[in-house]
Design a protein around this ligand. Sequence first.
Ligand code: ZN
Ligand code: ZN
Length: 371
Amino acid sequence: MRKPSLIWTNILIFSITFTIACLFVPWRAIVHGFDGVEWLAFVLLAFYSGLSITAGYHRLWSHKAYKAHASVRFFYALGGALALQNSALHWSSDHRIHHKHVDDNDKDPYSAKMGFWYSHIGWMLREYQSQRYHDYKNVRDLQNDPIVMWQHKHYVSLLLIMNLGLPIFLGWLNGDILSMLLLAGFLRLVVVHHCTFFINSLAHIWGSQPYTDKNTARDNGFLALLTYGEGYHNFHHIFEYDYRNGIHWWQFDPTKWLIKLLFYLNLAQDLRKVPQERIETAKLQMQLKRAQTKLAHLPNAEVWIDKLQHEYDELKQELILYYQAKKALLDAKRQAICHRDLKQEVAQLRTNLATRFKHWQRVTRELPFET
Ligand SMILES: [Zn+2]
Ligand SMILES: [Zn+2]
């Protein structure tokens, strides 16, 4: 079968920007050096463009994980053009298909099953799925957003203004146009490109699968550092409407922090969060599944699997009771009803759950996998 034709615009953009970043930036650093303002502009524009993709293109427009004020959407639209990853409409269309048909080589635009190169960048170098782009019917809702449509219509002018105009202007202000263009323009663009491309490639290859193994997506704390928090991709693929990817407060997810900040500033509303009970259940189901698989080869597998299932059911029951009581307590607080007894009940159930969970961990640890 003949390979689809090459997309020369993309090939030229990626290769020229990469060459400049790898050759001309070090050359300029050696013969001239960069000053603090240029490095600061590099960092700020890297965060601005990267977060416009993760908080804007991804969590806002592709997944509708929250609602944002028009000024924020406008800011994302410009930052998205600065990131040079196509228009928000096009990007979101691709991304919704990625989630719907994840790992399906014929349908997923950047299927990880096609290998690292393809899912990282290869999918953008040839007309693999050009037939999909004529109507954008899976992003009809976004077609009602005038900012999305304005960005889509003026995308080429915007990307030139943001990627060349803005660094040139900043360089002129700082007294060195070429250095600013090389650092905050080209190097920043290439770094942000590949860091965000890692979400489609490495985050589907490298890491753990605590919530689901129905697709290739992985959780990886190190990748989260490079991808503005999108490294918790296993969680994201099972609970895609959650505005967070790193659900624990300590997990590095600047995109989540930005959205929360916008919420406090009254610039974002309706932040969607998956109930904790569903998250815990998904995790437990994965642990059960893994243990069952490991036990399956034993001669008396059925006995052990029954024992495990029994422990799982007990734990699940404690989990349900705890979250039900917690919800009742929240409702009582909201309605200003006396809730002292409920509070005690929740505390007791929390202790029960913790004990049961420790027991579950011990049981799964002590199962005779090796015998
Ligand atoms: Zn993915
Ligand atoms: Zn997504």
